[in-house]
Ligand binder design. Structure first.
Ligand SMILES: [Zn+2]
Length: 141
């Protein structure tokens, strides 16, 4: 079954009873299910599987691709907390030149990766600083 067909079943309340029963116990809103199924439960920016661990599940967020407040499912993306945080100052004009959802997602992915790369570089510096700090002893001071 294709993703489109699964989304159709969710939208039209036609999920099999056993799955519906679980959905009710999870209190999972329909719009979030649609976004999650479409994204195969992975962050749409970095590909992280959001069901892999408690840490990744806790990182689950719904991002507004174009930050204009639209709750249209076309404007929503499943995102990990790190990517959503990296994307948070993206302006409407940075994404408004792109018409399709795929183009907007691709552009947002670029923006997120540039910002994540800067964080990676900073993290490497902090690691080196911590490594040096933790191996300090009286002889080296
Ligand atoms: Zn991510």
């Amino acid at each position: 079954m294709k993703i489109f067909d699964r989304i159709y079943l969710v939208k039209n309340n036609k999920l099999p009873p056993d799955i519906k029963k679980i959905q009710k116990t999870l209190n999972f809103p329909e719009d979030q299910i649609i976004v999650a199924v479409r994204a195969l439960f992975c962050c749409e920016y970095c590909g992280k599987n959001l069901l892999q661990s408690v840490d990744s599940y806790d990182s689950w967020q719904i991002d507004h691709i174009v930050p204009d407040g639209s709750r249209d499912p076309e404007n929503l993306a499943l995102s990990c907390k790190t990517c959503n945080f990296a994307k948070r100052h993206t302006t409407i004009s940075e994404l408004s030149n792109y018409s399709s959802r795929n183009e907007k997602i691709e552009q947002a992915r670029q923006i997120v990766w540039e910002r994540r790369t800067k964080k990676e570089i900073n993290l490497m510096k902090v690691r080196e600083f911590a490594r040096l700090l933790l191996k300090l002893d009286y002889k080296s001071t």
